[in-house]
Write a protein that binds this ligand. Structure first.
Ligand SMILES: [Fe+2]
Length: 371
């Protein structure tokens, strides 16, 4: 294989194909052991001692490695494949100027719900089969298991695959039993619950919700899931201005009970710096009283109601019937969840986990690119 052609143009390094990398930036991003700790991937180079006028003096390529001698006398080394990946990605703007959002094309957006796929709970103990279940969670926003033993141990084995229990006002591993009002929250009642996001009152809403049913005697109480990303896409087609407003206008949520007063806010459609939809937040039960600017009142209320009209269409919802031994993981940043009315007794064990741990599990499993 011939070595990649690289060259210097002014203060930039030019890679094959015309990709340019600014010298001052490259001097700060070496992969050699003097620049980056090989054990921790933490930066060692003193970023703030780099002369802003630094320029590349000479280049050499061998074995997928770019060596750069610099005008300040330093030498850095760079993995060419990683550098090409970074240089090929869209350059990050200071402020997002694009309207609306795009969607990660590797996700399976569903507006016409697929049949519920039940994974055998045994796959939680199988490294190979587990990755398939994890990928189902990544692509669809939920994954369901059947045939589990009861109790906390199987729940904890599942949680360990995607992170660890996240402590909240509900504790770390919670018990949700009908009729037992441990908290003054609609989740503990028997009525139907509209689909919603958990933790709109948290600056960092739970990444996943994990449920494990322990007891069920009556009828009803199916979990109801909606793909909020697919609904956002469809709402954006119907009302691009309304969807764009929901990416910018922050809605506040709250959780209040004796001794607790939590509040946080973010746009219902939170978009990353690259314009890709990253997180949905919608919980009309927990929405706070915030008055929009006068000229925005109708636009905000119409956009909020317009998105809700799309995602609350029952034809979009998956219903997941419960029985003891079933487990469900819902990506709380991707899907809205609710439940149908029920009778009798039912009891769940469950917990929240963080979204960055889930994303880390995807990276480790090779399901999304590593940074
Ligand atoms: Fe909930």
């Amino acid at each position: 294989m011939s070595a990649m052609q690289v060259s210097i143009r002014n203060d930039e390094v030019v890679l094959e194909g015309g990709l340019t990398v600014p010298g001052r930036w490259l001097r700060d991003h070496g992969d050699d052991p003097e620049s980056l700790n090989p054990d921790t991937s933490q930066r060692k180079v003193d970023t703030f001692a780099i002369n802003p006028e630094v320029t590349p003096a000479s280049l050499a390529v061998a074995d997928g490695w770019l060596q750069v001698d610099w005008s300040d006398g330093a030498t850095t080394g760079h993995h060419l494949d990683r550098l090409i990946r970074v240089a090929s990605a869209p350059r990050r703007p200071a402020v997002r100027e694009t309207k609306g959002f795009t969607l990660d094309p590797s996700l399976e957006l569903w507006s016409d719900p697929p049949p519920v796929r039940w994974f055998d709970a045994e796959v939680i103990n199988d490294d190979g089969a587990w990755v398939e279940a994890l990928d189902h969670l990544r692509r669809f926003g939920w994954v369901a298991f059947d045939g589990s033993e009861l109790g906390d141990e199987p729940l904890m084995r599942l949680v360990a695959r995607i992170g660890y229990p996240r402590r909240s006002i509900f504790g770390d591993v919670w018990n949700m039993t009908s009729g037992a009002s441990e908290h003054l929250d609609s989740a503990y009642e028997t009525v139907a619950l509209d689909v919603h996001t958990d933790g709109t009152y948290s600056h960092d809403a739970p990444g996943t919700i994990v449920f494990a049913q322990q007891i069920k005697t009556g009828e009803g109480g199916d979990s109801v899931l909606v793909d909020a990303f697919a609904a956002a896409r469809d709402f954006q087609q119907l009302d691009p201005d309304g969807a764009d407003l929901l990416t910018r206008y922050a809605v506040r949520g709250h959780y209040i009970e004796p001794g607790v007063y939590l509040a946080a806010e973010r746009p219902p459609l939170r978009v990353g710096p690259d314009g890709v939809l990253e997180q949905v937040s919608f919980n009309n039960y927990d929405r706070s009283a915030v008055l929009p600017e006068a000229e925005l009142v109708d636009a905000v209320l119409d956009a909020y109601a317009g998105y809700r009209a799309v995602f609350s269409n029952p034809a979009r919802a998956i219903r997941i019937p419960w029985q003891p031994g079933r487990l469900l993981v819902v990506d709380n940043w991707r899907c809205f969840h609710g439940r149908t009315e029920f009778t009798g007794d039912r009891s769940f064990r469950g917990c929240y986990t963080n979204h960055e741990d889930l994303e880390g599990a995807y990276r480790i499993a090779g399901l999304i690119p590593q940074v």
